[in-house]
Design a protein around this ligand. Structure first.
Ligand SMILES: [Zn+2]
Length: 315
């Protein structure tokens, strides 16, 4: 049975996939890179430490992919953050790649051809804060960026209408998956086990399902054990409070919880310590009880927690 330690230790056996994970020090977004390499979508993005960018580029080239660096990000003390609820970049200092230090994380785009790479680089940009003034990403550019990344138009529309990074709403709006296929569970994406990265407009979205199924077939062809692990991860009960606060819930033989943080940024790991070793979780009208104590979420976390479970009565 899948457990937290096995999932945390995992590295692909496929030599190029393994080399890619080793270069970027994570397996996050790996199925997305596979989907682009296999021509299932035009482009994707990724994060790579500056010190291994060249290695990453040469491995990607062997998968038939070109890599273009976007911006390098250096960590900032958390007290420097502004606009936390609206922005994703104020936790870090963005700077040109030519000025990056070895520990900076470089945001890169990957595509199979120059045209796709040019489109995704042109329309994809982050909101920024410059001298206290917030410059949001252009709304008109967002659908173009979604198209350049190969996200279904229905999901792009839904994202633009509903997305709030730190708040309840978008994910909760999706509701219970019921008998929907587990392959649309994007929540393990930062662990490298989400077949899709985008948030689907519904658990029954047809174009998202087509993309996820094709990506699953590509993974199976490259490494069947990887595909099996992706399924096990997607079927693991998952607790989330927002797009940033996400935990896969494993349990040990005594029934004690072993949570695994699946958000993208370690600063959002705000709940794991309380969940660790707990034996009783209660979710009621959006609040979370842990071993009889009500857990009060920090304001930045959004609030209500929801448990997502795929694979029951699947159709
Ligand atoms: Zn959709």
């Amino acid at each position: 049975m899948l457990n937290r330690e096995a999932l945390g230790r995992w590295l692909p056996e496929h030599p190029l996939l393994r080399a890619l994970c080793q270069a970027k020090e994570s397996c996050a977004l790996l199925p997305q890179v596979v989907a682009v390499a296999e021509g299932l979508r035009p482009a994707c993005d990724d994060w790579v430490p500056m010190r291994s960018l060249q290695t990453y580029r040469s491995v990607a080239a062997r998968l038939g992919l070109s890599v273009v660096p976007d911006v390098a990000f250096a960590g900032l003390p958390s007290s420097s953050a502004v606009g936390h609820g609206r922005l994703t970049t104020t936790r870090t200092l963005g700077r040109p790649v030519s000025e990056a230090g070895p520990d900076d994380r470089v945001h890169v785009f990957l595509a199979r051809n120059a045209e796709a790479l040019d489109a995704v680089r042109r329309w994809g940009w982050y909101p920024v804060e410059v001298d206290g003034v917030i410059v949001p990403a252009g709304l008109a550019d967002a659908p173009r960026f979604g198209r350049a990344m190969g996200y279904p138009p229905c999901c792009v529309q839904s994202f633009l209408a509903n997305n709030r990074w730190s708040e309840v709403g978008h994910l909760h709006r999706l509701g219970s998956p019921g008998s929907a296929w587990w392959g649309l569970n994007f929540l393990p994406r930062h662990l490298g086990f989400g077949l899709i990265f985008h948030i689907p407009c519904s658990w029954r979205c047809a174009p998202s399902t087509r993309l996820a199924k094709a990506t699953m077939e590509a993974l199976k062809a490259m490494e069947p054990a990887y595909a099996a692990l992706a399924e096990a991860a997607a079927r693991t009960p998952t607790l989330f409070a927002s797009e940033r606060v996400i935990y896969l819930l494993f349990s040990d033989e005594d029934g004690r919880l072993r949570p695994m943080f699946a958000g993208g940024d370690p600063v959002d790991e705000v709940l794991g310590e309380r969940l660790e070793g707990a034996s009783r979780l209660v979710l009621q009208e959006g609040w979370l009880g842990i071993d009889g104590e009500r857990w009060v979420s920090p304001e930045s976390m959004g609030g209500a927690c929801t448990l997502l479970r795929f694979g029951e009565g699947e159709s």
